[in-house]
Design a protein around this ligand. Structure first.
Ligand code: F6P
Length: 331
């Protein structure tokens, strides 16, 4: 009898619940027991595990966040708590763990795999920085939030003839800034993959003004190296303010900063993320049925793909160069 544990780990993102629902429904269809682990790996270490029934996943498809709760821990935490993890898995007769999460979750899954704890990972992060899948669950929802925010910021930037600098998330990747900025019609997109001298940005904005464009929207990824600012509260990056400060020393343009922050992690998942989550949840249980373990299930070129966890952790998932090039047409 297969008993599948469902764990949501690392940063939450819209679509997590859709994935939980799909994992559970496919498992029930195959006659597997499903156990829900509360609060990610911290909950597993606490032994906070309970049986899941069909009713528990009813109505959760459109919900943001995770009905299970999540936590972000790293591989070291798993190694330090290996005995408690093994105890929780054994006591609950868990045969496989399906882990829905970000890169930190993949790192812990590697520890599971190295210690003989079967696991399958479903990529879920707004950062979209996971190798082995074209898109991670949550990315499309986050760029939709960014695009909507840029639409709203256009009107106030235009009314006051300002440069509105919008800082978005993404850790060290520029996926959110590039795709969200493109969708929202940004006039400049600053991504860590291709940092440019601040003078270039200043010249670009001045030229826009000379051409009669009386406002600009600049999207900057939080990982963009502005070099002028120490990390902000709770160690959060301050790329937006760093860029504004650097620009103020080079131009007389009026600038304001908007940090979208955790709005990008909230809300109901888009249709794309609901469908991606449903497909990957189903694929994860099919991988379990095939006896697979130590893999991430992803979707590449619209086909389900299995990738070994070591490869996922070591291969970068970089922003496509052709998209960077195409974006430059618009700024
Ligand atoms: O990994 C997703 C993410 O939102 C990043 O884009 C962001 O830098 C980070 O999580 C914030 O981490 P926390 O939720 O722990 O503050």
């Amino acid at each position: 009898m297969r008993r599948v544990a469902v764990i949501t780990a690392g940063a939450d993102a819209p679509g997590m619940n859709a994935a939980i629902r799909s994992v559970a429904r496919r498992s029930f269809e195959l006659g597997y027991d499903v156990l829900m682990v509360k609060d990610g790996f911290e909950g597993l270490v606490r032994g906070d595990v309970e049986i899941m029934n069909k009713k528990m996943v009813s109505g959760i498809l459109p919900l943001g966040g995770s009905i299970l709760g999540s936590s972000r821990v790293g591989a070291e935490y798993a190694v330090q708590n290996l005995a408690k993890i093994r105890d929780a898995l054994t006591r609950n007769n868990i045969t496989t763990s399906v882990i829905i999460g970000d890169r930190s979750a993949v790192a812990v899954a590697e520890v599971f795999d190295a210690n003989g704890f079967p696991c399958v990972v479903i990529p879920n992060t707004i950062d979209n920085d996971i190798f082995g899948t074209d898109f991670s669950i949550g990315f499309d929802s986050a760029i939709t939030t960014i695009s909507d925010a840029l639409d709203k910021l256009h009107t106030t930037a235009s009314a006051h003839h300002r440069v509105m600098i919008v800082e978005v998330m993404g850790r060290q990747s520029g996926w959110l800034a590039l795709y969200g900025g493109l969708a929202g019609g940004a006039d400049f997109i600053a991504i860590p993959e291709q940092p440019v001298p601040i003078e270039t940005l200043a010249a670009h904005l001045k030229q826009r003004k000379e051409e009669g464009k009386d406002f600009s929207i600049v999207v900057v990824a939080e990982g963009y190296p502005t070099g002028t600012h120490e990390p902000g509260p709770a160690g959060r990056p301050v790329a937006g303010y760093g860029l504004a400060e650097a620009l103020s020393s080079l131009t007389s343009l009026s600038t304001r900063v908007t940090v979208l922050g955790y709005l990008q992690r909230g809300g109901s998942p888009t249709v794309f993320d609901r469908l991606l989550a449903t497909r990957l949840g189903f694929a994860a249980i099919d991988a379990v049925r095939e006896g697979k373990s130590g893999i991430l299930v992803g979707e590449t070129s619209q086909h389900i793909a299995y990738t070994g966890l070591r490869e996922v952790m070591t291969q970068p998932h970089t922003v496509p160069a052709e998209v960077i090039m195409q974006a430059k047409t618009f700024y």
